[in-house]
Ligand binder design. Structure first.
Ligand code: GLN
Length: 532
């Protein structure tokens, strides 16, 4: 039977509940336990797939095709596991399931209520993972903060789980803000006290309090939090801001958080071995030389919209002992008159994924600039599609070349919908999740991955139109990765350039601290070598 750890947030959101949970996961995993993570989000959207990236950040895709919250990316990168669709539930998804069931007579005409029907459904999602018998510990993060109206059914569900399974099997961690008042020069514990009081009013007593502060605080504050919030002093964990999220597991290790958890849950911990993580953090500390990457995207107002791309670049950079600095360029602002000036100093250009027409022409200009000036280029998903359109327009002289996503009537549909042409539904019609790509021997892709086949994750609707393949090849573009089963293009490269590669899949979802994505690493290496 799995043990459950629930993480709630107090005072404000954005304190890093996800990072805290993942960091604890790192410690438990490296002490010999099998760990799974789940996220429960209080919003009413069914999934983040159709939410605005500028408001909500990136959509993280699991290997089985789940479109999930970006926190799952942290979970996967930290714990190095492949999560699934059952790792992410929004209130909308839960309500939709309950309402569907009601329409189909699933409740036999009973009055359907938040308690017990919605809470039972939430509990069933938590118990579902437990039933698989694969994990010793399931860490579940409850999105938002305690006190939000929307999170109440989730908090009620975990209260019931604790009652059903007792304290030895269910543990509550409350991550809350410990603010510092500059005017009086002191930390204030009152917000944490209020937040715990709010939890108590819902029948929840936290077992561990993670006090998130701007900087380190005095021991005596722990006494105060302990006595007011009803937790032993050693269960008050200090977690002050860190210059890298990847240092948090080591901060929590120093507080013995994993041991406190193991003691309450009767978990049998082997000796904790964080050598690999320590090496990774040493690389971070040694990465003092900066390397600049220009990202030409359209959601640049919120860097979280490209979170996994950024983390993948950082991770690959640390592996090469370089600190990646990102220069953001809003694709909407690039035009024929200004693109050479605005992109002029770029050391390497990355065009990430995206949807819709806006900013497309700017991205095409970015690919053109990289190709014609031999600047290292990495295109991801839409970044591959627009690189193909650019090549068609400017090398094959097909002036109206386009993707049918942008111009459905183009005479040269270089990128086109191949399946499900008639669907109008914007949710659930994408090629999602893992597919195998065969790499063509001796190509750049094959050398970078050092493998014949790779499995990477996808999230897109349009594909390269194979009718144009031959003319592209005749002009020197190489198709170096193919999804054999359906003969779909997965990777393109231009060997006459020093480094010009683009992929239809999203390599950012599988990069991990101990396994940087080969395309990211190759891209950064090319930038470094060019600078020498
Ligand atoms: N909009 C493109 C498609 O649907 C690319 C998607 C993406 O970049 N994730 O195919």
């Amino acid at each position: 039977m799995s043990k459950h750890i629930f993480i709630t947030g107090g005072v404000v959101s954005g304190l890093g509940k996800g990072i805290t949970g993942s960091s604890l996961g790192v410690l438990l995993k490296n002490s010999g336990l099998k760990v799974f993570m789940q996220k429960f989000d209080p919003y009413l959207n069914i999934d983040p797939g159709t939410m605005n990236p500028i408001e909500h950040g990136e959509v993280f895709v699991t290997y089985d095709g789940g479109e999930t919250d970006l926190d799952l990316g942290h979970y996967e990168r930290f714990i190095d596991i492949n999560l699934t669709k059952s790792s992410s539930y929004s209130a909308g998804k839960i309500y939709a399931e309950a309402l569907d069931s009601e329409r189909q007579g699933g409740y036999n005409g009973k009055t359907v209520q938040v308690i017990p029907h919605i809470t039972n459904l939430i509990k069933s999602k938590i118990y579902e993972v437990e039933k698989s018998n694969k994990y010793d510990v399931v860490i579940s993060e409850i999105g938002g903060t305690v006190g939000d109206i929307e999170s109440q059914p989730f908090l009620e569900a975990i209260r019931q789980i604790r009652m059903e399974k007792s304290k030895e099997n269910v543990l509550f961690i409350h991550v809350a803000l410990l603010p510092y008042l500059r005017v009086s020069g002191e930390f204030k514990t009152k917000p944490i006290q209020h937040s715990v009081k709010e939890m108590l009013s819902l029948g929840l007593q936290p077992d561990i309090i993670v006090a998130r502060s701007e900087f380190s605080f005095e021991e005596k504050l722990k006494d105060k939090i302990s006595s007011f919030c009803n937790v032993p002093k050693e269960n008050v964990i200090e977690c002050s801001d860190s210059d890298s999220i990847y240092k948090v597991p080591l901060i929590l290790e120093k507080s013995n958080m994993h041991k406190i958890v193991a003691k309450q849950l009767n978990l049998d911990l082997k000796e904790t071995n964080v050598d690999e993580w320590n090496n990774f953090v040493e690389n971070i500390n040694a990465s003092t030389t900066e390397i600049e990457v220009t990202i030409v995207g359209k959601y640049v107002e919120l860097s979280d919209a490209y979170l996994s791309v950024i983390e993948s670049l950082k991770i690959a950079g640390y592996d090469l002992k370089h600190k990646v600095k990102i220069k953001w360029i809003n694709a909407r602002k690039l035009n024929n008159e200004n693109y050479e000036k605005l992109l002029g100093n770029s050391k390497g250009i990355l065009v990430p994924g995206g949807f819709g027409e806006e900013g497309i022409e700017g991205k095409i200009l970015a690919a053109k600039f990289a190709r014609t000036n031999d600047i290292p280029y990495l295109g991801i998903c839409l970044g591959m599609q627009i690189a193909c359109v650019e090549f068609a327009r400017n090398v094959l002289n097909l002036e109206d070349a386009n993707s049918t996503e942008i111009d459905p009537n183009t005479k040269n549909p270089i990128i086109d919908i191949l399946e499900g042409k008639n669907t109008k539904d914007i949710g659930g019609t994408l090629r999602l999740g893992s597919y195998k790509t065969s790499l063509v021997k001796n190509t750049l892709a094959w050398k970078l991955y050092n493998q014949d086949n790779i499995i990477e994750r996808h999230r897109h609707r349009y594909e390269f139109n194979n009718n144009y393949k031959k003319s592209f090849e005749e002009r020197g573009l190489v198709f170096s990765g193919i999804y054999d089963e359906k003969n779909l293009v997965e990777i393109i490269e231009i060997p006459s350039n020093k480094f010009f590669i683009a992929c239809q899949y999203h390599p950012e979802f599988t990069s991990r601290p101990n396994k940087p994505g080969p395309l990211f690493k190759g891209f950064l290496k090319a930038i470094i070598e060019k600078a020498i």
